[in-house]
Design a protein around this ligand. Structure first.
Ligand code: F6R
Length: 260
């Protein structure tokens, strides 16, 4: 794992945006895996600004989002379809036919999961998968004890995940109980991963993911088994790591090393 520790959230966001923009400039028709959640809002804001300046074009980019809530139509205000339109897609030159999210209100969520997984394979696979980190160590909505080789499927959300997402819904009972999520196997098949975690609330999960044992009770720890993972952190999210001296030595302030 390449661990990049930046001074603060703004610097971490700028670094993650730089990595995504480099990916697109090296391969304009990149297949990107995208994430939602609060962490990604300033990142998408940064990408929108780069696009407005003419620094990056998404015209040939293909995207697959990690997850969507079961039962929510794409137009629902709390859906990840809406999140992505508002945060990014409505502001860039992406071809909407290249945008893919699981359909939350599909008649058969199990069949929808299989369709989504097949579509990722048919696209040639994900070049760079963006990931956020749940406080309980989840990636996508792969909650603790998820199979480490799971495909896209329906997962039951934990109460802590529902609580964390309560802010996006009017009533507690409106928070969905299930989501269609790329599986851990799906994520591991991507060619590269970019994990972005910021803030003190993520520090414990970051330490388990990077320095703990690989275990289903911290799904993100399986990223230790992937050959190409970059973890971008701010100081606050890195504070429970033990080997920070080494990470700073290899990548001072997130800089590239001689052999990158
Ligand atoms: C969302 C997703 C989740 C979030 C995670 C962190 O698509 O896949 O794994 O990345 O729950 O969410 P925030 O950023 O809101 O703390």
């Amino acid at each position: 794992m390449k661990i990049l520790i930046l001074d603060d959230e703004a610097a971490a966001i700028a670094k993650a945006a730089e990595i995504l923009e480099n990916q697109i400039s090296q391969k304009p028709a990149s297949v990107l895996g995208l994430a939602t959640g609060g962490t990604m809002v300033p990142l998408y804001d940064c990408l929108r600004k780069s696009h407005a300046k003419g620094d990056v074009s998404f015209a040939s980019v293909v995207t697959f989002n990690l997850d969507e809530y079961v039962g929510l139509a794409p137009e629902h205000a709390g859906s990840y379809h809406t999140y992505m339109r508002v945060a990014l897609f409505d502001h860039i030159d992406i071809d909407v036919s290249n945008v893919h999210l699981p359909v939350g209100n599909a008649a058969d969520p199990v069949a929808e999961s299989a369709r989504f997984e097949a579509l990722i394979s048919a696209s040639g696979g994900i070049d760079l998968q963006l990931l956020g980190l749940g406080q309980n160590g989840h990636i996508g909505f792969n909650e603790p004890t998820s199979s480490l080789s799971s495909p896209t499927r329906v997962k039951t959300l934990t109460q802590s995940t529902r609580d964390a997402n309560r802010q996006y819904f009017d009533e507690t009972e409106d928070v969905p109980r299930y989501a269609i999520t790329m599986g851990i196997g799906t994520i591991l098949r991507s060619k590269a991963c970019l994990m972005l975690a910021t803030g003190p609330n993520k520090a414990k999960a970051v330490a388990k993911m990077v320095e703990g044992p690989v275990m289903a009770s911290c799904p993100a720890s399986v990223l230790q088994m992937h050959a190409k993972v970059t973890v971008v952190l701010d100081q606050a999210a890195s504070k429970d790591l033990q080997l920070t001296d080494y990470y700073h030595h290899v990548h001072p302030r997130g800089a590239g090393s001689e052999f990158d």
